[in-house]
Design a protein. Structure first.
Lengths: 419, 419
């Protein structure tokens, strides 16, 4: 009995890392005033159909017919569900709406490094504001999340682009706008292909590779200045580089698009996103119409990236070390006092202290062994001196005697138990 | 475009309640020394087949064939995945193994109050100890979680039973042990049925209804004393009542079983669980063999229950009120200082303060309106006095002037911002 290929059993050691990721995502997103939401794991397949998600994602859907004869899919991304929710409720909320979620997604991918069939993703979106200030806010959040993990400007870069610039380019090159989607997917792949291949693929659009390359080299001709100035005021300018080579795979993007890469280019994109100003309207049949910009960041590539960076992995290790599963171990040195020990443990736990003990009689030395191997900072010995107990700091072997009813307060305020 | 029936769009107001539930579950489970894990959302259908989960659950599976021609199911419960994980790794961990998870599950249920097709559930399990002390630890955790929500002994009761007592009863009544499963499912349903119906259903087993009723009335004849004494030492005895009428629906339970109900019996079971001493062995083809006891608590019934209790709902409201999405709103009173304001906001956020502002120019009064409606405790006015800023406590209208570089420390240590 194994888990399915591409799916993970997350053991407690791995969950610690996940908790660190999720807590950091959540803390930074909330510091930006984003509010958390969630949506169903299973959706009607219709919300992912061609005109919305488009492309690769549809061929990777976990799609089936449910017991009620509905065509359903495990969610491969959050944006269509989110746009549905916002469209249905936009009158209830002040604009801009700033929301985030942390959820699991499913894609039937070929197995390869950085790709799993079930993965976690942070999604952050702003609705109801189409200004560069909103773009900058979302980019700043993306950057600040990675900074919170201990990554710096020498570790990653946010590559900033704009689909509107490409639409203008196509117009100037007399290419009909309905071909834009197919054209952009050629640009999307050109970085990974030989020039001859790209040249060949560009032919149907009547556009030369050299014209495309020249356009990319313009870096947007100052079009990104309002966003970049805003980021400079936040001290984040050095994390961003204009790069028109980025166009993103999904069909619904309309304006600014971006991807974040490690500077060494060891990994796939760590995060990505962009504007999708028409999706709310299209999913609500025109009943609601809100501009939007969003970003997604998955857990798989991010974890590889953090582990590859000395500063980030040191920061992670230090966070994990101070997040103990057992803080205080209660040693029962006199079995006749076990009922008292049980009462004491209950009060420690009520005070939020992570406390453990042996279920059955055991030698005191063995119980201390359990305390050490569980990683407790303190052992509390309940013996014949009850209601006095001995508190032992395991690192220093120092020991003091206290009355049992003073114990919880003592440990709760001790920063060596929890920083 | 709607979400599927039985599935929920969780808007931020609802997510606040979910966060309160999850944070409380997690805090109490961790105070007991339980370690968090997770398992795949999608599993091979084989792990739920007859001999493991049994009964109703199989007819409610979201089951389909994936693109790789595998028979897969969305998880309807955690126990089989967990038992698989423990079986595969039990050599790595000291016993007892104490683990918990918070995850979503899927059952194609008829729609009714307290039932959804996707729901969240807390699962807590202890492996490697078959003593009444381990049983008591798991029951105490179940009780303490509900106490942490502000529920007392007059609000709920944990009904404690034992399947082994029933097996003994069947033996004494000359009923063959292979009929135990079917017999227990008659007992499971008898509380909701007319006596004549139960009488009729008991006939094939050669057991009288009166014998069954008499047996239930024995309350286990003292068999629960070790568990109850342990709980009494923890001050939790009043939360438990022996009740042999509880047998649980799932096929894999072996010894102690229990369910928690609200005293008024307005709702379905709030939590339930029991021993499953053979499941690890059966899922590992005998390679691993660990006794186990576990419990599950879902979010749907629990939320209804909390909202119905005045003390619990007051506790929840107070927790929600102090968990603000926006704590500090930065008012830009002089647009030429906007870059300075952006830098200041970045530093507040870096310090973990939830800070927001207006993306574009707006009248100062309107910005204060935004601060109020976002629920901020403080507004910080950035104007021509920069680098001095004014800090306004919105509740009291008190105002002080501070240097901008002292602001983050000031607000971080102010308990009116975050308790």
């Amino acid at each position: 009995m194994q888990s399915l290929p591409g799916f993970r059993d997350i053991y407690p050691e791995d969950f610690q890392i996940r908790r660190y990721l999720l807590d950091t995502w959540r803390r930074v997103a909330r510091s930006y005033g984003f509010r958390e939401y969630d949506a169903p794991t299973l959706e009607s397949s219709a919300i992912y159909e061609k005109k919305n998600s488009g492309g690769e994602i549809l061929s990777q859907l976990y799609r089936f017919t449910d017991r009620g004869d509905r065509d359903v899919s495990l969610r491969p991304e959050m944006t269509p569900s989110l746009a549905r929710m916002v469209a249905a409720s936009s009158n209830r909320y002040r604009k801009p709406i700033k929301w985030f979620s942390i959820a699991n997604f499913f894609r039937y991918e070929r197995q390869q490094k950085g790709r799993l069939r079930e993965f976690l993703q942070l999604n952050c979106d702003i609705f109801g504001d189409s200004s560069p200030a909103a773009d900058a806010e979302l980019l700043a959040l993306t950057i600040d999340i990675l900074r919170a993990f201990g990554l710096g400007k020498d570790d990653f870069v946010l590559r900033l682009s704009d689909r509107n610039a490409w639409l203008l380019f196509l117009e100037q090159n007399n290419c009909p706008p309905e071909l834009a989607g197919d054209f952009l997917s050629v640009v999307d792949k050109m970085e990974r292909e030989k020039p001859e291949e790209t040249e060949e693929k560009l032919r149907p659009f009547g556009v030369d590779l050299s014209a495309v390359q020249k356009f990319i080299a313009t870096d947007g001709d100052g079009a990104f200045a309002p966003i970049l100035d805003d980021l400079a005021a936040r001290g984040l300018r050095d994390f961003v580089g204009p790069d028109l080579g980025i166009v993103r795979g999904l069909a619904y993007y309309t304006g600014v698009v971006f991807e974040v890469f490690d500077r060494k280019r060891q990994f796939r994109a760590v995060a990505g996103g962009g504007r999708y100003d028409h999706l709310v309207k299209s999913l609500s049949d025109g009943n609601s119409d809100l501009p939007a910009i969003g970003m997604g960041m998955g857990d798989v590539v991010l974890t590889h990236f953090l582990q590859s960076s000395p500063t980030a992995s040191e920061k992670m290790q230090s966070a994990l070390a101070s997040d103990r599963d057992c803080e205080v171990f209660v040693v029962v040195a006199d079995e006749t006092k076990r009922p008292d020990a049980l009462g004491l443990i209950t009060r420690l736990r009520e005070n939020g202290i992570r406390a453990d003990f042996s279920f059955g009689p055991a030698k005191v030395g063995k119980q201390f062994g359990s305390a050490e191997s569980l990683g407790a900072t303190h052992a509390v010995v309940v013996g014949s001196e009850w209601p006095e107990v001995r508190v032992k700091t395991l690192a220093s072997r120092e020991e003091i005697a206290v009355q049992q009813d003073a114990l919880a307060d003592l440990l709760k305020n001790d920063h060596s138990v929890r920083p």
